[in-house]
Design a protein around this ligand. Structure first.
Ligand code: R5P
Length: 310
C-alpha cells in the first residue's frame, strides 16, 4: 500500500500518513516554467494499492489537474489499484440542470477522474449525496458528523443545544447531526416575497434562549451563515455556533465571519486552512485525518467502511 500526496493539503496528507504509520511516497508534483503540471513518482508502485490524497479545492483547476496527472503516472507505472482520496470534492455545486444551457460540472469532473484511471473514490460530505452516483466506480462518501458531534458534546451544554439548518436544502444533513447529539432541529427558511424585495428569514422552530448550532457542508462567502446567525439572534437565540465540513472561505469570508455575531465557526481541515483562517479569533479547525486514515485502512484491508458511522 502506498500514499501519494498532491499539493492541495500537504499537512492533512502528512497527518493521514502519521495515523496509518505509512510514509508518503516520494513524488515530485511541481510546475513547468509555464505552470503546466509536472509529475514524477520516485519509487516503485508496480502492483501496489495506491491512495492519492488530493482535495480539489482552490485553485481548483490546478488541483484537479494534479490529481488527474498523478493518476495517469500511477496507471502507467502499473499500480494495481488507484483510490482517489478527495476530502473536498470541488465543482459539486452545479450538480443538476437548474435552468437551460447550464452544465452538470460535477458529472464532468466525475468522468474526468474515472477516465484518468482511478479505480475507486473516497470522499467526504459531498455537496449532494447523489454525486456518488455520477461515478461508475465504487465511491465511498464519508460523513464528518461523528467528528463534529464529538466536538459539540465536549463543548456545548447538552440540555440547551439546538441544531439549525441554514436553508431548507440542508435539512437532511442537519437532522442527522441533531439525532447524533440528541438535540432538536430548527430551520431557516429564506424567502423573497416579491421580485426586487430583500429576502425574509423565517425561523421554523422555537430558538429562544437556545445555543444554536448551524450545520452545513460548505461555507464559501460566509453570507448564508452570517445572515442566518443574525436571524436566529433576532428570534431570541442565546448564542450561535456553526459547524461546517468544508471551509472554502473565499474572498472576504474570513473578515465577514470575524466581524459577525457568530460565537464560533468550526470547520474541518478537508481544505488547507489559510493563515487568515488560523488567525481568526472565532474560527477553529478540527482534523478529519483519523477518519480519512481509518477509511483508507479499511479500504486496503477490504473491511467495512460504512460501519465507521454506526
Ligand atoms: C448551498 O447549497 C451550500 O450548502 C452552502 O449553504 C453555500 O454554499 C454557502 O455559501 P456562502 O457561504 O457563500 O453563503
Amino acid at each position: 500500500m502506498k500514499l501519494v500526496a498532491g499539493n492541495s493539503n500537504r499537512p492533512l496528507a502528512e497527518a493521514i500518513s502519521a495515523y496509518l504509520n505509512i510514509p508518503l511516497a516520494k513524488a515530485q508534483v511541481k510546475r513547468f516554467a509555464d505552470m503546466e503540471v509536472f509529475v514524477e513518482i520516485q519509487e516503485n508502485v508496480r502492483g501496489e494499492d495506491v491512495f492519492v490524497i488530493q482535495s480539489t479545492s482552490f485553485p481548483t483547476n490546478d488541483h484537479l489537474m494534479e490529481l488527474l496527472i498523478i493518476t495517469d503516472a500511477l496507471r502507467r507505472s502499473s499500480a494495481r489499484r488507484i483510490t482517489a482520496v478527495v476530502p473536498y470534492f470541488g465543482y459539486a455545486r452545479q450538480d443538476r440542470r437548474m435552468s437551460g444551457r447550464t452544465p452538470i460540472s460535477a458529472k464532468l469532473v466525475a468522468n474526468l477522474i474515472t477516465h484518468a484511471g482511478v479505480d475507486r473514490v473516497l470522499t467526504l460530505d459531498l455537496h449532494a449525496g447523489q454525486i456518488q452516483g455520477f461515478f461508475d466506480i465504487p465511491t465511498d462518501n464519508l460523513f464528518s458528523a461523528p467528528t463534529l458531534a464529538r466536538d459539540i458534546k465536549e463543548r456545548l451544554d447538552g440540555g440547551n443545544r439546538m441544531v439549525v439548518s441554514p436553508d431548507v436544502g440542508g435539512v437532511v444533513r442537519a437532522r442527522a447531526l441533531a439525532k447524533r447529539i440528541d438535540a432538536q432541529l430548527a430551520i431557516v427558511d429564506k424567502r423573497r416575497e416579491r421580485p426586487g424585495e430583500s429576502e425574509v428569514m423565517n425561523i421554523i422552530g422555537d430558538v429562544s434562549g437556545r445555543s444554536c448550532i448551524l450545520v452545513d457542508d460548505i461555507v464559501d462567502s460566509g453570507g448564508t451563515l452570517v445572515n442566518a446567525a443574525d436571524a436566529l439572534l433576532a428570534n431570541g437565540a442565546k448564542e450561535v455556533y456553526a459547524y461546517i465540513t468544508h471551509g472554502v472561505l473565499s474572498g472576504g469570508a474570513v473578515a465577514r465571519i470575524a466581524s459577525s455575531r457568530l460565537k464560533e465557526l468550526v470547520i474541518t481541515d478537508s481544505i488547507l486552512p489559510t493563515e487568515a483562517v488560523k488567525a481568526a479569533h472565532n474560527i477553529r479547525v478540527i482534523s478529519i485525518a483519523s477518519l480519512m486514515g481509518e477509511a483508507i485502512a479499511r479500504t486496503a484491508t477490504e473491511s467495512s467502511v460504512s460501519s465507521l458511522f454506526d
